[in-house]
Write a new protein. Structure first.
Length: 183
């Protein structure tokens, strides 16, 4: 049994995937905890790893975030992480560096027993999509026009045909759309 590699990202209606443009509320964070619970480990590129570590590694100063963020903060802090980077010398925060051939390294991670792997970010998922390694794409579309980028999968060499497998609407009007590649 192969562990599935699931990708999840927030985007605005006009396609911006800048994390600061998402509507961060209790529904979104509760859903993110559910996604984390479906995975044994997170797979990050350097930029996403550093961003997540800066935002979620304890301790957070008292009163810096609402109480409804705490379950997500605890869950992401406890997660095992694999970090793809050719520039970092070391990682910590329950993380391990992934080096060498990306396809082979991710195939090895997928072959390990467990529930699944969860990947986020922009650059690493583009490389993983090119290699055909993503088993599920979740795009959470927020009812907001950002008017800027970055956008997802810019430069993808060939399109990936997907089929919708589920959708979930949040109180904010955001929609979580889950797709699997047509194989």
């Amino acid at each position: 049994m192969v562990r599935p590699l699931r990708y999840s990202i927030n985007v605005t209606l006009d396609g911006c995937c800048d994390h600061r443009e998402a509507i961060a509320d209790d529904d979104l964070h509760r859903h993110a905890v559910e996604n984390l619970d479906r995975a044994d480990a997170l797979l990050f590129g350097r930029v996403t790893y550093e961003m997540m570590e800066a935002a979620w590694r304890p301790p957070a100063p008292a009163g810096t975030r609402p109480a409804w963020m705490e379950p997500f903060a605890r869950t992401i802090d406890a997660a095992k992480r694999y970090v793809v980077s050719s520039t970092l010398d070391r990682v910590d925060w329950n993380a391990e560096l992934v080096r060498g051939d990306l396809g082979k390294a991710v195939q090895r991670l997928k072959q390990a027993p467990g529930k699944g792997l969860l990947v986020g970010g922009v650059t690493l998922p583009l490389a993983l999509a090119e290699l055909g390694l993503i088993d599920e794409y979740e795009i959470v579309v927020h009812p907001r026009l950002a008017g800027h980028g970055p956008t997802l999968f810019a430069g993808l060499s060939q399109h990936v045909d997907l089929r919708l497998v589920s959708r979930l609407q949040f109180g904010s009007g955001a929609m979580a759309l889950r797709y699997e590649p047509k194989r």
